[in-house]
Design a protein around this ligand. Structure first.
Ligand code: MLT
Length: 300
C-alpha cells in the first residue's frame, strides 16, 4: 500500500525514516537525496514541479530532518544501504536518483553497487573524490568548533559557504530555511556525519562502469564541489550531460530552481519518454499525456 503526503514515516533498518511521496501512482519514480546537514525540505521546489508527471520521493537520511538517528556509526555505505532498504520497503524495484553533494556521494555508491535498481542519475554539486588529508583535518577541527561554539554558530558560518554572494540579497528566504535546517539537526548527527564524510571512499575509478543516463548539474560559483570536478566526472561517465547553473553556488537547486528544474524536466522526459507514453494509459494527467505525445511527434 502506498501513502501519499509530506511527512510519512516508515520503518527501515529498525529506524523511523521520514519521507515525502507525491505524484501519480504508476509514474516513473524519482528519489531525491539531500545534502549535509540538511533535510528533504530542500527539494520543495523540485517536488512541486516534478510531481505532475513523476512519483517523487524525498526522504530524510538517518540523523537528519525527522528521521531517527540510530546507534550505528555513520558512513556513506550505511546511508546507501538505508536507501536500498527504503526502496525495498516501499516496493520500488527501479527509480531515478537525484542527489546533491552528500546525497550525490550516496547516489554514486547506490548506482555503482546496485546498477540494476536505477534508470538514471542526477549528480548535483557533488564529487567522486575522497577528502584530501587537509580536508579531513579541517572536518575534525569543525567538530571541535561545534563542541565549543554550538550548532547555531556552525549554521551561521555554513550558509556563508553554501550560497553565492548574490543569493544573500536575492534568496533570503532560502538562506533562512537552510540555516534553520542546520540548527534543527542535532549536534551528534552533524559530528557523526562529518566523520562519515571525511572517511568516504573515492568512486572516480568506477565512473566508467556507469551505463545509465547521467545529468551533472553544478552551480557556477560552487566552491565546495567546484565545476571542474563536475567536468572531470562528465568526461568519465559515458552517457552524461553537464550543465552549469548560473547565479548559484553549492545549493544550486535552491538558488536557481527555475534553471535546475528545467534541466531536470528535460532530462527525465528523455529518460522516460518510452515508459511515460505507456503510462499515459494508466492514469497520468491529460496535460502530461499531451506533452509526451507531442514530444514523440517532435522527435521524428
Ligand atoms: C554537502 O552539502 O552535503 C556537503 O557540503 C558535503 C561535503 O562537505 O563534502
Amino acid at each position: 500500500m502506498r501513502y501519499f503526503g509530506n511527512n510519512i514515516i516508515t520503518l527501515v533498518n529498525n529506524l523511523l525514516i521520514s519521507y515525502t511521496d507525491q505524484g501519480p501512482v504508476k509514474a516513473p519514480v524519482v528519489i531525491f537525496i539531500h545534502g549535509f546537514p540538511l533535510n528533504k525540505t530542500m527539494w520543495k521546489k523540485q517536488v512541486e514541479v516534478l510531481k505532475e508527471d513523476y512519483r517523487v520521493i524525498a526522504y530524510d537520511i538517518r540523523g537528519h530532518g525527522d528521521s531517527d538517528t540510530g546507534t550505528e556509526d555513520f558512513s556513506i555505505s550505511l546511508f546507501e544501504n538505508d536507501l536500498i532498504m527504503f526502496m525495498d520497503k516501499l516496493g520500488i524495484d527501479k527509480a531515478s536518483l537525484c542527489g546533491l553533494s552528500m546525497g550525490g556521494y550516496i547516489a554514486l555508491n547506490a548506482i555503482i553497487y546496485n546498477p540494476e535498481r536505477f534508470d538514471s542519475l542526477v549528480l548535483s554539486d557533488t564529487s567522486c573524490l575522497a577528502d584530501t588529508p587537509e580536508a579531513r583535518t579541517k572536518r575534525l577541527n569543525v567538530i571541535n568548533t561545534i563542541f565549543e561554539n554550538g550548532v547555531s554558530n556552525y549554521a551561521d558560518e555554513s550558509v556563508k559557504n553554501l550560497f553565492a554572494p548574490e543569493s544573500f540579497t536575492t534568496k533570503e528566504a532560502e538562506i533562512f530555511s537552510v540555516r534553520e535546517m542546520i540548527r534543527n539537526t542535532n549536534e551528534e548527527s552533524i559530528c557523526c556525519s562529518l566523520l562519515a564524510l571525511s572517511a568516504r571512499k573515492e568512486t572516480c575509478h568506477k565512473l566508467s562502469d556507469i551505463d545509465i543516463p547521467v545529468l551533472i548539474l553544478v552551480g557556477e560559483e560552487d566552491k565546495i564541489t567546484p565545476p571542474e570536478v563536475s567536468g572531470m566526472m562528465h568526461e568519465n561517465i559515458k552517457d552524461s550531460t553537464l550543465h552549469v547553473i548560473q547565479h548559484a553556488a553549492h545549493l544550486s537547486n535552491m538558488e536557481n530552481p527555475e534553471e535546475f528544474n528545467n534541466q531536470l524536466q528535460r532530462f527525465f522526459e528523455k529518460v522516460y519518454k518510452e515508459q511515460t507514453i505507456t503510462s499515459t494509459y494508466t492514469g497520468n494527467s491529460i496535460k502530461s499525456q499531451l506533452r509526451y505525445k507531442l514530444n514523440i511527434l517532435l522527435s521524428f
